[in-house]
Unconditional design. Structure first.
Length: 75
């Protein structure tokens, strides 16, 4: 159980920080290239949603081995 808590304590903030950096880079480059306001109200949000879903999938894939080991100990 401690493994899951420790991984979560380090992985979740790290993943969210990386997501924040990626979204900041996308926002800065779109501003640099002069995209319209429609980009920020539609496309930028879709990019953010896709990035968060990918991050959640990566987090779950990293936690699955620890969850399996806990269930093997119980069973």
């Amino acid at each position: 159980m401690k493994d899951i808590v420790l991984k979560s304590a380090f992985l979740i903030p790290m993943i969210l920080f990386i997501d924040y950096l990626i979204m900041a880079i996308v926002g800065c480059t779109s501003c640099l290239f002069g995209f319209t306001n429609n980009f920020y109200s539609c496309t930028y949000c879709i990019i953010g949603k896709i990035l968060l879903v990918i991050s959640a999938v990566v987090y779950v894939l990293l936690i699955i081995p620890d969850v399996k080991s806990i269930f093997k100990k119980v069973a």
